[in-house]
Design a protein around this ligand. Structure first.
Ligand SMILES: [Zn+2]
Length: 173
């Protein structure tokens, strides 16, 4: 099965888990929990700055931070990176023991501390190629707004279902 990214690179989804046969987003209740949790979490992340930029510039100079392009880690304990800082994370992950924290919430703090201490990938580490699936063959990823609207619509449908149930229930009395 093909793997795809949505919104930010890094987290990968099984294409068949999140898209239907027509290439449309599936309703969230048909998406496995892990994938839907990440999709919803992405809503909050796509507007965020790169963590490493933020550690360099801080809140006072947040306008100097590049937007996040890549997300690693677990939902709720992510590391967000711009293209410039991704090699620092990859170096830490592969060469500085970061991979031992794979799948844990400690990964985020551990990378932040390593970076805040002034550690960086060696210069030559920047030339790594990313593995990308062919984007032109994929459905257009929805915008965060589209995902939000879909969530709202589903909540609304749910409410109508409950209401109908409640009404039919009282009619039988
Ligand atoms: Zn950055």
């Amino acid at each position: 099965m093909a793997k795809v990214s949505v919104g930010l690179r890094g987290w990968r989804f099984e294409e068949a888990e999140i898209f239907d046969e027509d290439g449309e987003f599936k309703p969230l209740e048909e998406i496995p929990d892990d994938a839907s949790e990440r999709l919803v979490r992405l809503l909050a992340l796509v507007e965020e700055p790169c963590d490493a930029c933020y550690l360099v510039h801080g809140e006072a100079e947040i306008s100097n931070c590049r937007p996040a392009e890549i997300v690693y880690g677990e939902p709720g304990a992510e590391v967000l990176l711009c293209g410039v800082h991704e090699p620092d994370f990859l170096y830490w992950f592969r060469e500085e023991g970061g991979s031992e924290l794979k799948g844990t919430a400690e990964l985020q703090d551990a990378f932040h501390e390593w970076f805040a201490d002034g550690n960086r990938a060696p210069d030559e580490y920047g030339g790594l190629e990313h593995v990308e699936t062919a984007p032109e063959e994929l459905p257009e990823p929805p915008s965060p707004q589209e995902i939000q609207e879909r969530l709202d619509a589903q909540r609304e449908e749910h409410r109508i279902d409950i209401k109908a149930l409640a009404e039919s229930g009282s009619a039988e009395e």
